[in-house]
Design a protein around this ligand. Sequence first.
Ligand code: UD1
Length: 429
Amino acid sequence: MGNTLVIKGLNGEKRLRGTVNITGAKNAALKVIAATVLFKDTVKLENIPEIDDVFRMLELLKEMGAEVSHPRLGSYTIAVPKKLSTELPFEIAKRMRASIVVTGPVLARFGKVSFPHPGGCLIGSRPVDLFIEGFEKMGAKVVLEDNIYTVTTKDGLRGTEFFLKNQSVTVTETFMMAGVCARGTTVIKNAAMEPEIEDLAHFLISCGAKISGAGTPIITIKGGKLLSAAGRTYKTMPDRIDAGSFLILGALAAKELHITNCNPLHLEAVIESLRSAGVTIETKKTEIIVRSPATLHSVDIKTHEYPGFPTDLQAPMTVFLTQADGESMVFETIFEGRLNFTEALSAMGAQITMMDPHRVLVRGKSALRGRKLKSPDLRAGLAFVIAAIVAKGESVIHNVDTTIDRGYEDVDNRLRAIGVSVERIEQSE
Ligand code: UD1
């Protein structure tokens, strides 16, 4: 079954209005699900987004032997038994890159883990060298055979000091979790500082972990024990990429849009860029109110590790810049290949020149025309939805179930509620 969204464009009209409620963060939920492997008792999770990536991650743990229950929407409990399979189910792990974060806790607790080279979005080469180097530094042996990594330790992982050559989010999380069960002290230098890492650390600390510095470039973990939730519940932080995507849509096409249940402090780089482009944005503690002005101005953006401009919002922002007067440079510094989606925007009428694989020059303002699009990945997929809403005429976006649905909950209903004409067609292949 393939799903398609059919969107009737607004032809530049700025008439979206209403309220969009932001879901729990995908990139926090996936990691806390992996972290349940570090617990000797049941962990309760709330505000978990009901999205395909979460379902796959839960399926992965279930196949390894964890007990998962789902008492109501957004709410899960996970109990990991004393014996868990140390083999990540290959089919799921291959399709989902984030599954690699499970390797740290499984190796640290059970002394062994095997996993395939992970898959995920088609955005650049996405290597795993930092994971492998890290496991080896913590005293593990890594063997690669037929595209499967098998990692073993003789007498458990031992704490060590790393300097990460790239500030990788999942590498930081994997070793922060591994450090909780490793012997001695683990220090991660040049750690990523994304809010999801800090959020995970807070929960682990509340359950007995000794972690300091999460949210800064140096994280120290004193290890050596399993954690106990003792009835505590983890409540997932709001998804800053979900919020940022609706913020950019509002900046383009809203009379007045209220984005609720979000944390504006996590979106400062985006809010700053949109304000420079002339957008009116008001922030409250957990809400952002956005109105699109008559004229938008060009602004250069450069993606960067947090707190810089998030690479996951580069694609929607590039769509935004097609509607801004003047020339804007988009510099994607994190992933090569993440600007390839701009070809489809050019086919819709945008004026975009690829300078090199990391930079495009956008000349605006261009009238976009609706057309047939194939969503290449999760984030570019949502950018196509935004382009389709702004464009003139109808757009048909294929491939939605294997891309957009992986990371955005109930996207069509939330769009419809603010005035977008969108219809989902479920098709057999
Ligand atoms: C995470 C997010 C993703 C976001 C990205 C950057 C999750 C599930 N996904 O992805 O949404 O786009 O952060 O904010 O949280 N690298 C290496 N060697 C490695 C691993 C990574 O060189 O072993 C490099 C990558 O090629 C890339 C950089 O590190 O250039 C950052 O990637 P990374 O932070 O690892 O991305 P993910 O954690 O996969």
